[in-house]
Design a protein around this ligand. Structure first.
Ligand SMILES: NC(=O)N[C@@H](CC(=O)O)C(=O)O
Ligand SMILES: [Zn+2]
Ligand SMILES: [Zn+2]
Length: 346
């Protein structure tokens, strides 16, 4: 018995494409299934100005496989020196669709991010004025805050004060990992939404730590307790327009994942749609998969939904995905959900 489901073509509202040989190697893993993606700016050096974003966009389009239709939605990396006028011009031209806030030191290539939130006040006010979304890596970096509490503390200590001080600023809490994040988004009537990753719907912190450390399950924010994973599942599968897919697919070569000081990031681009179909079916919510992957994101970003469609088919035999993607920069391990997948993109 074959089951199938057809959706509007999905978008990924949080994606790391990197640059150079890595970009070349992993871009097809996204452009195969996704029509658009919000492209994270945490390159070395970061994408800070409109000119940087234009040049990076050109490099992405040059790396696109022949025949693939994919639109990179560019972002700028917010620094304490960001020029509000450059940012406004990049938004007005349609080049950028959001600005990304990294608390300095919170995650991969975030050292150029924000230390003193008062220093970006003028930029945030400009963004509120023009309605440009602020995407946030929502974790505090204080040494005395436990890593498992850093998202919840960020909401109280940073996010709520910023939102109070800047009415009208559209915020996206990126890759939420806690029930606190879900509840906070639900408490807001407008100007607040969250992306949820594929892997945080699948793993909790036991998957990382029990029976030996699993470096390929390590990402930031780190996966939390099971109760939090269940809250994310409930939010993602609810159809609530404030939650949408941002895979946070974040490739690092195996040598840097399987390392004494391993990099944070799970690479899920290759099998995300299969995993999501599995998750939504398991939760009796296949009819709401399209909201999560294809409708809620465009609505929040005020963009049209995609014209094309994507069909997922459930077969009798498990689908075989490559364990690794070989790139010119080195091999990248594909996220393993830990169970066989029967859904595949037709
Ligand atoms: N999520 C991660 O663990 N890593 C991301 C950065 C980020 O999104 O925080 C990366 O760029 O590798
Ligand atoms: Zn992040
Ligand atoms: Zn990310």
């Amino acid at each position: 018995m074959t089951k199938s489901i057809t959706l509007r073509r999905p978008d990924d509202w949080h994606l790391h494409l990197r640059d150079g040989a890595m970009l070349q190697g992993i871009l097809p893993e996204t452009s195969r299934d996704f029509a658009r993606a919000i492209i994270m700016p945490n390159l070395v050096p970061p994408v800070v100005t409109g000119a940087d974003a234009q040049a990076y966009r050109d490099r992405i389009l040059a790396a696109l496989p022949e025949g693939d239709q994919f639109e990179p939605l560019m972002t700028l990396y917010l620094t304490e020196g960001t020029d509000p006028e450059d940012l406004a011009a990049a938004a007005a031209s349609g080049l950028i669709k959001a600005v990304k806030l990294y608390p300095a030191g919170a995650t991969t290539n975030s050292h150029g991010g924000v230390r003193d939130f008062d220093k970006v006040r003028g930029v945030l006010e400009k963004m509120a004025e023009i309605g440009l979304p602020l995407c946030m890596h929502g974790e505090v970096v204080d040494h005395d805050v436990d890593i498992f509490d850093r998202e919840a503390v960020f909401i109280d200590k940073v996010l709520e004060p910023i939102r109070r001080a800047t009415p009208g600023l559209p915020v996206v809490m990126e890759h939420i990992t806690t029930k606190n994040g879900v509840d906070y988004v639900r408490s807001a009537e407008k100007d607040l939404a969250a992306t949820i990753t594929t892997h945080h719907l699948v793993i909790n912190r036991n998957h990382i730590l029990v029976g030996g450390i699993k470096p390929h399950y390590y990402c930031l924010p780190v996966a939390k307790r099971e109760e939090h994973r269940l809250a994310l599942r409930e939010a993602a599968t609810s159809g609530d327009a404030r939650f949408f897919l941002g895979t946070d697919s974040a490739p690092h070569i195996d040598a840097l994942k399987e390392h004494a000081c391993g990099c944070a990031g799970c690479f899920t681009a290759t099998n995300t749609m299969s995993i999501l179909a599995h998750v939504f079916e398991e939760d009796g919510a296949l009819d709401r998969l399209e909201n999560f992957t294809s409708l809620n994101g465009p609505a929040y970003y005020r963009l049209p939904v995609n014209d094309g469609t994507l069909t997922l088919v459930k077969g009798e035999e498990p689908v075989v995905y490559p364990a690794k993607i070989e790139t010119g920069a080195g091999p990248v391990t594909v996220f393993d959900p830990g169970y066989p997948l029967y859904w595949r993109v037709a």
